[in-house]
Design a protein around this ligand. Structure first.
Ligand SMILES: Cc1cc2nc3c(=O)[nH]c(=O)nc-3n(C[C@H](O)[C@H](O)[C@H](O)COP(=O)(O)O)c2cc1C
Length: 241
């Protein structure tokens, strides 16, 4: 199985250590190839806000040299892992900048049909404050990409380094990480497509209504690329679920 890993920070610290444990445990479960990207190194730009990806094509993105390679891997993979430390209560800016580049992947725009069968895991560590807000940013984006199932695990280190964590607490985290990794491997290997999230379903049908209106009035030029995609997928008569 092919797994894309998007590391939310270049530091090979706590989050990286957790990701290593998770990945090693997955590899113990069966054959896995990991394709790893590190932010911001592998996408070191902010979205320019030029709208070209939305109104025309992702090929026109001024940062396509970075984004298209990542996108090709996201499209071809069986599943994705996103890792994030918590910086000032949220996911680091590099992760937000990453997702800003992929707004065109949203269900309401041009989600590839392949996304609706994929699974994701979001992994986060923090010093003390919760990981919820950091993970939610990622999870919400993935839901809008149409990802079929998103799992997550976040925990507080209360130490700057993995080895400095109280041994009892560290053992608990390692146990949970390994169990989550085994479950995730099994889920991806099963190839099961689960029923879509309510949000995914709602956004799909809501957008379909909007695009139908746009087609009849031809009032929204920015919807032209989306309409072409939806027609190519036959989504005015069928659905990706
Ligand atoms: C710039 C910065 C901001 C941080 N902000 C918070 C925070 O708001 N709340 C918190 O509990 N920990 C915060 N931390 C601590 C990290 O979330 C925590 O140490 C995490 O495990 C770091 O992961 P890493 O070792 O993979 O970099 C911050 C760390 C950095 C470098």
């Amino acid at each position: 199985m092919k797994i894309v890993v998007i590391h939310g920070s270049p530091r090979k610290g706590n989050t990286y250590a957790a990701a290593q444990l998770f990945m090693n445990e997955m590899a113990q479960s069966g054959e896995v190839t990991f394709i790893e990207y590190f932010l911001p190194k592998d996408l070191p730009e902010f979205c320019a806000g030029c709208y070209l990806c939305l109104s025309d094509s992702e090929q026109k993105c001024p940062h396509a040299g970075y984004t298209l390679k990542i996108f090709a891997d996201l499209l071809a993979c069986d599943a994705m892992i996103f890792t994030t430390p918590v910086y000032v209560l949220q996911t680091p800016g590099a992760v937000k900048a990453f997702f800003d580049h992929f707004s065109w992947l949203f269900i309401v725009h041009r989600a590839p049909p392949e996304m609706f069968a994929k699974k994701s895991f979001v992994l986060s560590t923090t010093a003390g404050a919760g990981t919820g807000a950091a993970m939610k940013t990622i999870i919400t984006n993935l839901k809008f990409w149409g990802i079929n199932r998103i799992y997550s695990y976040g925990f507080a280190m209360r130490a700057i380094d993995w080895d400095a964590v109280i041994p009892k607490r560290r053992a608990k985290y390692e146990r949970k990480l390994k169990a989550s990794a085994r479950r995730f491997y099994k889920e991806v290997a099963s190839g099961k497509k689960r029923s879509p999230y309510l949000l995914t379903r709602f956004m799909f049908y809501f957008r379909r209504g909007m695009l139908k209106k746009d087609m009849s009035t031809q009032s929204d030029e920015s919807a032209v690329a989306d309409i072409k995609h939806w027609q190519a997928q036959n989504w005015f008569k069928s659905n990706p679920f």
